[in-house]
Ligand binder design. Structure first.
Ligand code: IPE
Ligand code: IPE
Ligand code: MG
Length: 255
């Protein structure tokens, strides 16, 4: 996989300027099942195709110079799906790590996993740890894989950690600041997502990055995830470039 962050932005989206490029883009990769059903295929075929879209997306993100890509690969609520679909998705994750890890490593991609780690199969846990460990010193694109991820559970875990520190006398309740909270989340040390893209027409977060999305820009498109390609990505980046982020203040022109 050729992911080359040094080949900085020259897409139609950026119109030659790097100023409005998001640092961190997070994806809610939705619509695999609908993509397959519309073609008379099993839902699992949609997931298989979705993996190709993911590879395309990572490559393109590296090419245009995005620093961090987060992908929602499996939510803590996705366990509620039929057993056959869940085990297919677990198998797909295994295959992704087994087949793509060396290429991602060669492409200087750093992998971070976020989400709950308890109750996961030891085999999966070992693979995830291997991916993080092998790539931890890489300096290119950071790929954050949200697996068994739910934002409310993540925040509850962070609150538990802070409470433990207070109990141990390491922290006063007054020292529980926004920074302290951010520092206990799975995403500690990562920038918040500038842009959150959800495919397939649904307009909700589905328990994704609730804390981190405080000032994210949202982009919803109708394409099902397996159809998401470079042009669709460029379109989202271009749309982001035209947004004005005010963070509660005023536009510079208005002051
Ligand atoms: C997204 O596609 C992939 C996962 C949630 C793992 P879906 O499987 O949710 O596809 P739809 O939304 O049912 O079409
Ligand atoms: C969100 O999609 C989770 C992932 C993309 C992994 P879902 O398809 O699970 O979300 P809902 O059920 O439509 O809210
Ligand atoms: Mg869905």
């Amino acid at each position: 996989m050729s992911v080359n962050p040094s080949q900085n932005l020259q897409t139609s989206a950026g119109k030659g300027s790097t100023s409005k490029l998001p640092r961190h883009v997070a994806f809610i990769m939705d619509g695999n099942g609908r993509w397959a059903t519309a073609r008379g295929l099993a839902r699992t075929e949609g997931h298989r195709k979705g993996l190709e879209a993911l590879r395309r997306t990572i490559r393109h993100a590296g090419r245009i110079g995005i620093e961090v890509v987060t992908i929602y690969s499996f939510s803590s609520e996705n366990w509620n799906r039929p057993k056959t679909e869940v085990s297919f998705l677990m198998g797909l994750l295994r295959r992704f790590v087994q087949r793509d890890l060396s290429e991602l490593h060669e492409a200087n991609v750093r992998i971070r996993i976020i989400g709950g780690r308890s109750d996961l199969e030891p085999g999966i846990l070992a693979l995830l740890a291997e991916a993080e460990d092998l790539t931890k010193n890489n300096t290119g694109l950071t790929l954050v894989v949200a697996f068994n991820y739910g934002a409310r559970a993540e925040m509850a875990r962070a609150a538990q950690n802070l409470a433990r520190k207070v109990l141990a006398g390491e922290l006063s309740p007054e020292a529980i600041s926004e920074e302290a909270m951010s520092g206990e989340l799975d995403t500690s040390g990562l920038p918040d997502p500038d842009l959150i893209i959800r495919t397939s027409g649904e307009m909700r977060l589905s328990n994704f990055l609730l804390w981190q999305a405080a000032y994210s820009e949202f982009y919803f498109c109708d394409e099902h995830w397996p159809d998401f390609d470079e042009a669709a990505f460029d379109k989202a980046i271009s749309c982001f470039g035209n947004r004005e982020r005010r963070y509660g203040g005023l536009d510079a022109k208005a002051i």
